[in-house]
Design a protein around this ligand. Structure first.
Ligand code: CA
Length: 243
């Protein structure tokens, strides 16, 4: 592989960590077509070395790998304060594994078999939301505007009155549109701690938030995991609010 591939790729270098050569080849093909440079690693140890050597813009990380598995690799990177965006690829529809992947600092996940186009879409979304959203004071997602300084929300021209907790929940979701957060992650972000006893409080506040925002809130329940805020199509929303 041309070692300069990543430097010349306009969209940046992606590290694909996958021990099944056929899957790695398909991922490489689609990512290359999408403008990314691609490096591959077939096991956890090689992946660790590749992250350090190439500083990829993102990692597509298979969970089931020889030597160091994907979950452990992510754990080690995050322990070193390395926050390179990670999209996990899980072998089966395993809720616990998905939850663990997100808890450990994964940014998104795909379950095999997945469409390579979906991988490219998810990767672009992850890169969009990890590129400096923390410094923005105003987030606009289609018909939804969240002003982080004024702590105000506008949805299709209406200004719903939110409690401080409801606002914090919405703002946290809105900072990473499309990203799935577990209840524990939301608890930690909003209340500063996560404990089992108050697990239901997230559900209660989300329900109140949905009631205030109305049917087009964009808040999505991910069964067995938690919640995400999806960016809505501004046109569809505008049509919905007509009259
Ligand atoms: Ca594997």
């Amino acid at each position: 592989m041309n070692p300069r591939a990543g430097l010349d790729a306009p969209a940046g270098l992606v590290l694909v960590v996958e021990d099944e050569p056929a899957i790695a080849a398909v991922e490489r093909l689609y990512l290359t077509k999408a403008g990314f440079g691609v490096e591959t690693a077939a096991d956890g140890r090689a992946a660790w070395a590749a992250v350090k050597a190439h500083r990829p813009v993102a990692i597509v990380l298979d969970v089931g790998l020889p030597q160091i598995d994907g979950i452990e690799l992510c754990r080690r990177l995050r322990a070193e304060d390395d926050w390179t965006p990670i999209i996990f690829v899980t072998a089966r529809d395993d809720e616990l594994e998905r939850l663990l992947a997100l808890e450990l600092g994964g940014d998104d996940y795909l379950t095999k078999p997945f469409s390579p186009r979906e991988l490219v879409t998810r990767l672009r979304a992850v890169l969009r939301r990890t590129n400096g959203p923390a410094t923005r004071s105003r987030i606009v997602l289609g018909p939804l505007e969240v002003d982080l300084e004024q702590r105000s929300v506008v949805l299709r021209g209406a200004r719903p009155a939110l409690t401080a907790t409801e606002f914090d929940l919405l703002a946290h979701l809105a900072r990473s549109p499309g990203r799935v957060f577990s209840r524990e992650q939301l608890q930690s972000a909003v209340w500063g701690h996560a404990d089992h006893a108050s697990g239901r409080s997230v559900d209660v506040h989300i329900a109140q938030l949905r009631a205030k925002l109305g049917p087009g809130s964009g808040i999505r329940t991910v069964r067995g995991v938690g919640y995400a805020l999806d960016e809505q199509d501004a046109e569809a929303a505008a049509t919905g609010s007509a009259g």
